[in-house]
Ligand binder design. Structure first.
Ligand SMILES: C[S@@+](CC[C@H](N)C(=O)[O-])C[C@H]1O[C@@H](n2cnc3c(N)ncnc32)[C@H](O)[C@@H]1O
Length: 276
C-alpha cells in the first residue's frame, strides 16, 4: 500500500511536469489538489488505477487537454477591473482612433478570453466610442486554451446575473433577452466584430502567424505561468504589437512585464504598457 502510494505520487509529479511543459503553468499546492481530484475522477470514470491513468495521460495530447479543462481557473466577468475599462474608454481607445485615423482600422486581441466576458466588454466600449458617422474596420481576436470556454464564448449567451453589472441601457443596446430561458444573448453587430479561436499561448506554433495588433488584453494569464513561459509570452506579445500599440495586464501582473520596447504608461489607471 505504502509503495503504491509512493509510486502514485511519482506519477502525479510526472503528470504535473507534462502539463507544465505543454501549457506553461507554474504549479503550487492548491493547484496540485485540483489535479489530484481530477486524476481521481478521470481514473474512476475510465476504470483505471490512478498510476496507470497518469502514465496514459502523459503520453496522450487529448488526455492532457481534457485535464486542462478540469484544472484551469476560468474565472472572469464583464468589466472585471473597472479602472482598466475606464482608462480604455477615456484615453486608450480615443488615442488609438487618432493613431489609426488614416486606415480606419483597429486590430485588438483578448489573449486568454475564457468564456468571453472580457472581449464582449471591450467590444461594447469600442462600439460606444466609435466616432459619430465613421465606419471603422474593427477586428477583435479572442483566444483561449480551453475548447469548452471558446464554445461558450462564441455562443455569447449569459445569465441575467452576469450582465447586471452593465446597467440597463448598455444591456439593452447590446443584448437581446431570450424569451425561452431569460438569458441575455449578445447582439449580432458585436458578435460580428469578434473571431474566437482555441490557442495554447505556450505553443510556439501558435505564434507563427505574426499578426500585428493595436491593443492586446492579457489579464490573469501570466500569473499562472512559470518564469520561462512568462518571459517568452511577454516577448511574443511585444512582437505582436504595432509601434504605439498597448498591452494591458491586471494591475497585479504589472511586475511580470519586462521588455526593452514596452514601457508602463503610469498616467493610466490599470496596467498599460506602450510599445516604443
Ligand atoms: C482566470 S481566466 C482569465 C479570463 C479573463 N482574461 C479575465 O481576466 O477575466 C484565465 C484563462 O487563461 C486560460 N489559459 C491558461 N493557460 C493557457 C495557455 N497556455 N494558453 C492560452 N490560454 C490559457 C484559461 O483557460 C483561462 O480561461
Amino acid at each position: 500500500m505504502a509503495s503504491n502510494h509512493k509510486n502514485n505520487h511519482h506519477h502525479i509529479k510526472a503528470l504535473e511536469q507534462s502539463l507544465s511543459a505543454r501549457f506553461g503553468w507554474q504549479t503550487n499546492a492548491h493547484w496540485r489538489d485540483g489535479l489530484l481530484a481530477a486524476v481521481k475522477k478521470k481514473s474512476e470514470k475510465l476504470r483505471f488505477d490512478e498510476t496507470a491513468y497518469c502514465r496514459m495521460a502523459i503520453s496522450s495530447t487529448g488526455e492532457l487537454e481534457a485535464l486542462a479543462e478540469m484544472v484551469t481557473n476560468g474565472e472572469t466577468r464583464f468589466f472585471r477591473e473597472p479602472e482598466q475599462f475606464e482608462a480604455l474608454r477615456e484615453t486608450v481607445i480615443p488615442e488609438l482612433f487618432a493613431l489609426r485615423a488614416k486606415e480606419k482600422k483597429l486590430d485588438v486581441w483578448s489573449a486568454a478570453c475564457s468564456t468571453g466576458e472580457e472581449v464582449y466588454s471591450l467590444a461594447i466600449v469600442l462600439s460606444e466610442s466609435l466616432p459619430e458617422g465613421e465606419h471603422w474596420k474593427m477586428k477583435l481576436l479572442a483566444t483561449d486554451l480551453r475548447a469548452s470556454a471558446i464554445v461558450r464564448a462564441s455562443r455569447g449567451s449569459f445569465p441575467s446575473s452576469s450582465v447586471k453589472v452593465l446597467g440597463r441601457s448598455l444591456r439593452n443596446r447590446h443584448f437581446i433577452r431570450s424569451e425561452a430561458n431569460g438569458s441575455y444573448d449578445v447582439a449580432m453587430d458585436l458578435k460580428k466584430m469578434i473571431s474566437f479561436r482555441r490557442a495554447n499561448l505556450y505553443d510556439p506554433k501558435f505564434w507563427d502567424t505574426r499578426h500585428q495588433f493595436d491593443l492586446i488584453l492579457c489579464n490573469n494569464l501570466l500569473v499562472y505561468f512559470h518564469a520561462l513561459a512568462v518571459k517568452q509570452t511577454v516577448d511574443r506579445l511585444a512582437d505582436s504589437l504595432r509601434p504605439g500599440g498597448l498591452l494591458m495586464v491586471m494591475s497585479s501582473e504589472a511586475s511580470y512585464v519586462h521588455h526593452r520596447h514596452l514601457k508602463l504608461d503610469s498616467s493610466l489607471a490599470g496596467s498599460f504598457f506602450r510599445k516604443a
